[in-house]
Design a protein around this ligand. Structure first.
Ligand code: ADP
Length: 285
């Protein structure tokens, strides 16, 4: 048995890119792609969810807006290739420019740098019907072929779930930490268990959990209603010694701002403490 097969499961194909076995011979750094020569990205925070529609893109965007408001150079890499919603949230249209050195991200009104597959398509309604390896390859290219410039914080809107594509993306990008987005109707303990297991496999810390759609506050009487049921996020977080970074209510103003591409005008403090927590960690920037 040579070094490569030592500790590997029976039937090992040596294609570690889609295998979750924790082989001692597996070196995470061997899959990491080198960033573009014109990129200097200091921190990469991935935002994940168990399934689509829980508000992962909204949370990614709100964190980026808050980070930019604090004066940091901020970027969003939209790795949700089959459901890219970041350009819409910031009213960005196709029009990526490039040079011999690579593609340039598109900037939002406040200067958040964005790259998304929807910025490369003629029509935002064109579906991306690609197989997993092509999708993962595209995300990798967003890292290697995009001239991001100096970035203090890059948020990655990850593909939902813990399947092959998110796994390959995690192996390709040097992610410093993960934020998990859940909703009260999720099987939250299972989602958190899966995310934590995946993070452990990748050796990446989970920075905390954001619960979305936690409640709706009546604008007249200010009573809070748990529309999607009672939250179990605190128990799920405690089981893994994680922090609940925020609980975001259902707020029609948020969806209206997203639909109009004007999220940068948001006036709420839902993720203020969460942003401080993420940016204030001693090991960040
Ligand atoms: P995901 O990225 O998880 O698929 P999105 O962030 O695209 O989900 O959100 C799905 C839809 O729900 C979007 O139209 C978004 O504007 C809306 N939405 C998400 N969170 C909220 C919220 N807290 N209040 C109101 N609308 C929300």
């Amino acid at each position: 048995m040579d070094e490569k097969t030592k500790g590997a499961p029976e039937g090992c194909t040596h294609d570690c890119s889609s295998c979750q076995a924790a082989c001692p011979s597996k070196d995470k750094s061997s899959f990491l792609a080198s960033a573009n020569a014109l990129s200097d990205i200091k921190k990469v925070i991935a935002v994940v969810s168990g399934k689509g529609g829980v508000g992962k893109s909204l949370v990614t965007s709100m964190l980026a807006v808050n980070t930019r408001r604090q004066g940091f150079s901020t970027a969003i890499l939209d790795a949700d290739i089959t459901g890219p919603s970041i350009p819409r949230i910031f009213a960005l249209k196709a029009g990526v420019e490039g040079s011999d050195q690579g593609m340039f991200p598109v900037e939002t009104k406040t200067g958040i740098r964005v790259m998304s597959v929807n910025l490369l398509l003629d029509k935002e309604t064109t579906p991306v019907v690609w197989r997993g390896p092509v999708i993962a390859g595209t995300v990798k290219q967003f890292w290697t072929d995009v001239c991001w410039g100096d970035v203090d914080y890059m948020y990655v809107d990850m593909p939902p779930g813990t399947g092959d594509v998110p796994l390959t993306v995690f192996q390709s990008l040097p992610v410093d930490g993960i934020v998990v987005v859940t909703s009260p109707q999720d099987l939250v303990s299972m989602i958190v268990d899966k995310a934590v297991t995946m993070a452990q496999l990748m050796n990446i810390p989970v920075l905390g959990i954001v619960e979305n759609y936690s409640y709706f506050e009546c604008p007249d009487c200010h009573k809070r209603h748990e529309i999607y049921g009672h939250s179990h996020v605190e128990e799920a977080a405690a089981a893994h010694n994680l922090k609940v970074l925020a609980k975001i209510p259902i707020d029609p103003r948020l969806s209206a701002l997203c639909d109009r591409g004007m999220l940068e005008l948001m006036e709420n403090d839902y993720l203020d403490a969460a942003t401080d927590e993420l940016l204030g960690k001693p090991e960040t920037v």
